[in-house]
Design a protein around this ligand. Structure first.
Ligand code: FES
Length: 163
């Protein structure tokens, strides 16, 4: 402010600074908008794929399963069972409300801890509110000699893998 109350004309250096400030602000805004556009474009162009674990389980070599054994795998929620007739696999998920069942070797049954459903080692319901037996999964021998289980394919019961 000058002594007579009038504002002084902007100095050339101040004007350049103001101009440079607004130029940078504008360029920054454009850069931000470009980054946002690129980000949304990348998301749009990327395949919309849901990565889920494979339903196929490699249960390993048949020799590791003893005769008349029930092997529980809580990670894949299956039972691999070996009986005189051969091998088969069952879902370990209770058909009532989806709890994880457990093999009870002391009783020789598969039991659900939630509401008391019980199944034979063949998945047949013997007690409780479960509406259906435990599903049998497709089970086969790989070219490498390993037992494979497809958790996405339910088969009719009593189809044994004979080795
Ligand atoms: S969830 Fe198994 S009995 Fe209810």
């Amino acid at each position: 402010m000058a002594e007579d109350g009038k504002s002084e004309p902007a100095q050339p250096e101040q004007e350049v600074n103001r101009r440079a400030f607004f130029t940078r602000l504008g360029l920054g805004s454009l850069g931000l908008a470009a980054a946002g556009t690129l980000s949304f474009s990348y998301q749009y162009m990327s395949p919309n794929v849901l990565y889920e674990p494979s339903p196929i389980v490699n249960a390993g070599n048949p020799s590791k399963y003893a005769m008349n054994s029930v092997t529980e795998d809580r990670v894949t929620a299956i039972y691999l069972i070996r009986v005189q007739e051969g091998f088969f696999s069952l879902s370990a998920i209770c058909t009532h409300l989806g709890c994880m069942t457990a093999w009870r070797p002391d009783l020789g049954i598969i039991a659900c801890p939630c509401h008391g459903s019980r199944f034979t080692r063949y998945g047949i319901k013997i007690a409780g509110p479960a509406p259906r037996p435990l599903p049998w999964y497709r089970t086969w021998l790989s070219d490498d000699g390993d037992i494979m289980v497809d958790r996405a394919t339910v088969i009719p019961p009593m189809q044994f893998l004979r080795i």
